[in-house]
Design a protein around this ligand. Structure first.
Ligand code: CTP
Ligand code: CA
Length: 235
């Protein structure tokens, strides 16, 4: 079968995908967040739906414009989440009957230990530091709860000095998370997050690179589904 996702090879597959970046509130008007636009995850959801899958897309602080097209697809339902805890609950729900579970979202590793219910003010005195507590690892939890026949996929955006370091980090991260496949891409101040193009490698269960792809986020999305389809024996 040809690669490139032109056919309906994912028909009947149920998919749960997270995208965007979580926001951890500090007070009613401030949060700790990250630069993830949610575009790559939206393209992954759109590609799966186009190839026949039914998709739940859990989106954390993604601009409406990014979700506009994918949310119109009849086989896609979009669920909104804000914090890591909300995203974790939504993904655990969606994973219940999913064949493929994919965490593309950039999840905050920490959240403020205390959330002020009114705006923090300078007149309260200088804010010298913010105490943080770790968030649960959603992906590791989903992988540990994996059912027979379920494929769990992680994403890692790494700042690295070169491709060798990127692959080494990706291999370790795939093992640490206990996932079937880990998609890795390099990010920097101006690459990856928010950019129109992306370049990824998909690491398989033996630590080998099963797919490499670069180009538009739509092209990368189809390549990721090619890797998942082949891991599931669909192609
Ligand atoms: N992830 C998650 N829950 C978290 C943190 C990360 O589910 N609390 C998921 C992300 O959605 C992604 C994968 O784990 O699919 C890798 O995220 P990454 O931040 O690269 O991994 P970490 O284990 O947080 O490692 P690092 O110290 O490099 O941030
Ligand atoms: Ca992290």
């Amino acid at each position: 079968s040809v690669s490139g996702g032109v056919d309906d090879d994912l028909t009947g597959l149920r998919v749960a995908v997270s995208t965007g970046g979580t926001r951890e509130p500090l007070d009613p008007v401030r949060f700790l967040g990250n630069r993830s636009s949610g575009r790559q995850g939206a393209e992954i959801a759109a590609a799966a739906a186009r190839r026949g899958a039914r998709v739940t897309l859990v989106a954390a602080s993604v601009d409406d414009g990014v979700l506009d097209e994918v949310s119109r697809h009849p086989r896609v339902s979009v669920v909104r989440a804000e914090t890591a805890a909300e995203l974790g609950d939504a993904m655990t729900d969606a994973a219940g009957d999913a064949d493929v579970v994919m965490m593309v979202a950039a999840v905050a590793d920490y959240r403020p230990a205390e959330v002020s219910d009114r705006k923090l003010r300078k007149e309260d005195g200088p804010l010298a530091s913010i105490t943080l507590v770790p968030n649960d690892d959603i992906l590791a939890g989903l992988a540990a709860a994996r059912r027979d026949g379920q494929t769990v996929v992680g994403f890692a955006a790494e700042t690295v000095d070169g491709p060798a370091e990127m692959l080494e980090r990706a291999r370790r991260k795939r093992e640490r998370k206990g996932v079937d496949l880990l998609v890795v891409n390099e990010v920097g101040w101006s690459t990856g997050f928010g950019a129109g193009e992306n370049a990824v490698a998909v690491i398989g269960a033996d630590g080998e690179v099963v797919v490499e792809a670069s180009g538009s986020k739509a092209v990368v999305a189809d390549a990721v589904w090619d890797a998942i389809a082949s891991a599931r024996g669909i192609r």
